[in-house]
Design a binder for this molecule. Structure first.
Ligand code: SAH
Ligand code: SF4
Length: 385
């Protein structure tokens, strides 16, 4: 079989597996449908079924995603009788805020609970200097991949999140910072970027993630540019091309090791898609350029992957790629067995990478006091039976 055919078969298999973990229907027990998370076409279909004209879908889209309103009664361009009719059939909902913690460094972690009581964590990380920040969004309840150093990896996959639940995390975070209506154009906003770096592997829930990102990027709603969205993957190679072509968001790759032997152990998915294939997929990634570099995430683990030889092998591996390397000192969590590299080892490693011409920022842990830093997330409140 040709490589491309193999990839296509693999992709089908991944999408079929994702469907096994599909989220429940986005309908209330009383039968009302949630409008959040529908594509524009689906919203238009709902309006048609309700006997309404297509332009109503456009109006609703504006109210839901630009103005951020949650009640039909607040939609002043819609007459009262229609507001009431819509409210009988539909809702505009948000996940429930089951916990809301603020770190000493202003990082804020939410535990959002959904209708079936499953929950995920979402983190807002303000820029330490400027009035902006990143919202770190989850894509799955748990994760199937069990990377050794990751807290989420200890939580088995309960299910995938729906597009509504993915968009809903961002919208609920916006609610918490009163950031509606959506700022227009380059107007500053606090919640200015999205990183798909929370719980779960986004490329194992591709369809819902893609749908959610398309809603968020839509110019008449939240209108966040693809340049402000970064998808992080542990290396689901067959889905990387698809994400690049269809979404064109920035790519972050959780590399963590430069030898297959070690990466097999740290990121077990490497046994399926080894380093050479992963790097080849990065070289093909359509949205990468010098202005939009691929981020390689590299967790610094004491005496495991932090030697000078590792740093030199890393720059060889990514030679010629528009890339930067994010060095993440390992964040411990209850029960973790690894140790963080020494500051001297991290410094040395960063210097070697920088001397080769790559940016190599060392990521300061944020929100560690509330277990909100990279790799510390877990559905803190276990779902009810
Ligand atoms: N599943 C995706 C998205 C999660 S991103 C992925 O793995 O890329 C979370 C990032 O934090 C990943 O780069 C992950 O490898 C890293 N990470 C996980 N556990 C960590 C820990 N304990 N300390 C520091 N970084 C960690
Ligand atoms: Fe899953 Fe990413 Fe954690 Fe690995 S690092 S277990 S892929 S969330």
């Amino acid at each position: 079989m040709l490589v491309t055919e193999l990839t296509a078969t693999e992709r089908e298999r991944i999408l079929a597996k994702a469907a096994l973990f599909a989220p429940p229907a986005n309908v209330l027990p009383d039968g009302r449908r949630d409008l959040v998370g529908l594509s524009r076409e689906e919203l238009a279909d709902e309006m048609a079924k309700a006997g309404e004209k297509p332009f109503r879908a456009k109006q609703l889209w504006h109210w839901i995603y630009h103005q951020g309103v949650r009640e039909f009664s607040a939609m002043s361009t819609i007459a009262r009788p229609l507001q009431e009719k819509l409210a009988e059939k539909f809702v505009i909902s948000r996940p429930e805020v089951a916990a809301d913690q603020l770190s000493q460094d202003e990082t804020r972690k939410f535990l959002f609970r959904f209708r079936d009581h499953e929950a995920v964590e979402t983190v807002y990380i303000p820029d330490p200097v400027e009035d902006r920040g990143a919202v770190c969004i989850s894509s799955q309840v748990g994760c199937t991949l069990s990377c050794r150093f990751c807290h989420t990896g200890t939580q088995r996959l309960a299910r995938n999140l729906s597009a509504a639940e993915i968009v809903g995390q961002f919208m609920a975070a916006r609610d918490a910072y009163s950031e509606w209506p959506s700022p227009k154009g380059e107007t500053p906003r606090l919640l200015s970027t999205i990183v798909l770096m929370g719980m779960g592997e986004p490329l194992y829930n591709y369809e819902n993630v893609a749908k959610a990102m398309k809603i968020i990027m839509d110019g008449e709603g939240i209108a966040l540019s693809r340049r402000r969205i970064t998808l992080s993957t542990s290396g689901v190679v067959p889905m990387m091309d698809k994400a690049g072509e269809e979404l064109g968001v920035n790519l972050a790759v959780s590399l963590h090791a430069v030898r297959d032997e070690l990466r097999d152990e740290l990121v077990p998915l490497n046994r399926k898609y080894p380093i050479a294939e992963l790097i080849a997929a990065c070289r093909r990634y359509p949205a990468a350029s010098n202005a939009r570099r691929i981020t390689f995430e590299y967790v610094m683990l004491k005496d495991l992957n932090d030697s000078e030889a590792d740093a030199r092998a890393l720059v060889k591996l990514i030679a010629g790629l528009p890339a930067k390397v994010n060095l993440i000192p390992f964040n411990p969590w209850p029960g973790s067995t690894y140790e963080t590299s020494t500051p001297a080892a991290i410094r040395k490693f960063a210097d070697i990478v920088m001397d080769a011409g790559y940016a190599a920022p060392v990521r300061t842990p944020r929100g560690q006091d509330i277990l909100a830093a990279c790799g510390q997330l877990k559905s803190a409140v276990q779902p009810q039976a």
